[in-house]
Write a protein that binds this ligand. Sequence first.
Ligand code: GDP
Ligand code: ZN
Length: 358
Amino acid sequence: MTLADLGWNDTLIQAFAPHAAAGLEPARVVCELRRNFYAVHTADGEVLGECGGKFFHKNLTPDQFPAVGDWVAVKRRAGEQRADLHFVLPRRTKFSRRASGSEEIEQIIAANIDTVFLVSGLDRNFNPKRIQRFLVAAKESGAEAIVILNKSDVCEDAEEVRADIQTLVPGVPVFITSAHTRKGLKALAANYAQPGKTLAFIGSSGVGKSSLINALTRDDSMPTAEVREKDSKGRHTTTRRELVLTPSGALVIDTPGMRELQLWGVEDGVEEAFSDIKALAATCRFTNCGHSNEPGCAVLAALKDGTLAQERWNNYEKLRAEKLSKAKPLSKLPPSDNRTKWRKINAERDAWKKNAGL
Ligand code: GDP
Ligand code: ZN
């Protein structure tokens, strides 16, 4: 596997230039073996990478430590299959979670994923709302999001469902697949599984993520998906590689963390995933329109004429309410001049409501 196979490209070469000048080598993180130890792939193959002193004295926050998919600058140890990790290159995209018990500490689950597939099963587990929530998380990550409706072999009106889902996620490609009959897999691979691209699958347990990954990576010539390592007591341990090259040349990141992806941190993602609603709401007559009964409300008008699906609006409101309930009360207050502005706007609205007898 060459660096190009792993997705090494001109942008990365540029970002890496200062490290190259300092005598470091690029490598991509294939999996985390244990705390501060990683399997990393360099131009000459896989080595054990360690975050040692060089890393720690920089006083880094958890999100600045390497994660699967990261590109790192390493210093090989002469005569050993080991390397010291010195730097993490800027991430193009990232999936992260908050450390338990802390709102502030971010941990990276996986980095530099190009395309994330949001998988649902067209069986009894089918849940359109969940698709929207996963979409928010995907947008937050920066990766391109694709919706997959899997298990089409057990659904008679898959096309109809697809059309319904498409109205809920305008602008997002929606694919129908079956990991069992391989329906739709060719189209999926042709569109997204290109050499050097990094893919990931998220979705609830049982929707067929493993089956799809297996179907896409099915090839006996694949290198073993395990990393062997000696633990601190000298015993051999094996760990599953979490970044795997598929026959098409695309890479798949599959980690427990991605599988258990929690839907926190949707702050900006909510707004982006629902950018059409935001744009619509911006055209309401009142700047602080509550979209409940105000005159000139563009949202109400769109709901009435059907250009905005009621369900999509409800989801937006729900996610926004969750986001607000998580917001910190004091630090999030607008600056005082802003507060004056809002007081004025609210007063205007109250006056209008009073006038209208509401
Ligand atoms: P994961 O938890 O998302 O990784 O789901 P799995 O890949 O483990 O699949 C869960 C179950 O669904 C298994 O019993 C699979 O055989 C089944 N399954 C996966 N894909 C399909 C499909 O396209 N059609 C049908 N009928 N079953 C599927
Ligand atoms: Zn409105």
